[in-house]
Design a protein around this ligand. Structure first.
Ligand SMILES: [Zn+2]
Length: 263
């Protein structure tokens, strides 16, 4: 081999090596560029990407139980008004119109006819019956209450403030008596003198009234088993609410507070 041929062969070899090296560098740069592109894509803010909101699972709305027997009435009407220790009548309250009824008692004019019909019904059933108390104005209630408190405190064994607390167990505080509202009547026979609830609760007249009062629109306002709600047990005290409500209340054996709470 001549020297020129050896030089030419070496030159060719150098060219091949250079080509290989440059090709390898090109591949590496391409790889780096690709990585850079990928990184750029990852680093870009993803403004238009929104976390997918899961479909809300519908929660079933519980259907409140509505008693099909519950009368369709407007509970704010005059005949459903609640009067008790928490619902006090103003000392100026008087019913729209008060009229005289039996036994020189007075009653709201809207209740005179149903009350007298109920008494007539009791008489037809063979009972001796009379109204002991109907409408009682605020001033009369105050005289009864403060008179009772004074008599308790009279001998000096208790302070007057304590005497009032004791009196509240026996007499409604002025403004908390249903008799001031004019729709209530204490009904008894003409002979009985005691007003002890336990002594009179089984009188045939009062039993008859409990069974029939709703037919005339009245309820037994202070039943024995509702004393913890009403504060009173008075088997003689009847209150007008109207036939629909009265039939429901007496049939279900509930008190007026429980009935109103259903609306
Ligand atoms: Zn009464």
């Amino acid at each position: 081999m001549t020297r020129n041929k050896i030089q030419a062969a070496l030159l060719c070899l150098c060219v091949v090596l250079l080509y290989c090296v440059s090709a390898r560098i090109g591949q590496h740069n391409a790889f780096l560029n690709a990585e850079a592109i990928d990184n750029t894509e990852l680093d870009e803010p993803q403004d238009d990407w929104v976390m997918p909101t899961p479909e809300p699972t519908p929660t079933p709305t519980p259907t409140p139980y509505v008693d099909p027997d519950l009368p369709d009435i407007t509970i704010g009407e005059w005949n459903y008004k609640l009067i008790d220790n928490n619902h006090v009548l103003a000392n100026t309250f008087i019913p729209p119109e008060v009229v005289e009824t039996e036994n020189s008692q007075y009653i709201d004019s809207r209740v005179k006819e149903p009350l007298e019909s109920m008494l007539a019904g009791a008489r037809e059933a063979g009972f001796d019956v009379c109204i002991r108390t109907g409408y009682r104005p605020y001033r009369s209630q105050a005289e009864i209450f403060f008179g009772r408190a004074s008599s308790i405190a009279w001998d000096g064994t208790v302070e007057y403030a304590e005497a009032e607390m004791i009196a509240r167990k026996y007499v409604a505080y002025p403004g908390t008596s249903e008799h001031q509202y004019g729709l209530s009547a204490d009904i008894m026979d003409s002979q009985t003198t005691t007003m002890s609830a336990e002594d009179v609760e089984e009188l045939p007249l009062l039993v008859w009234l409990r069974e029939h009062c709703a037919e005339y629109g009245f309820i037994l306002r202070y039943p024995k088993d509702k004393q913890d709600i009403t504060g009173w047990y008075e088997p003689w005290h009847f209150r007008y609410v109207g036939k629909e409500a009265a039939e429901y209340i007496m049939d279900k054996g509930i008190c007026l507070e429980e009935f109103i709470a259903k609306y």
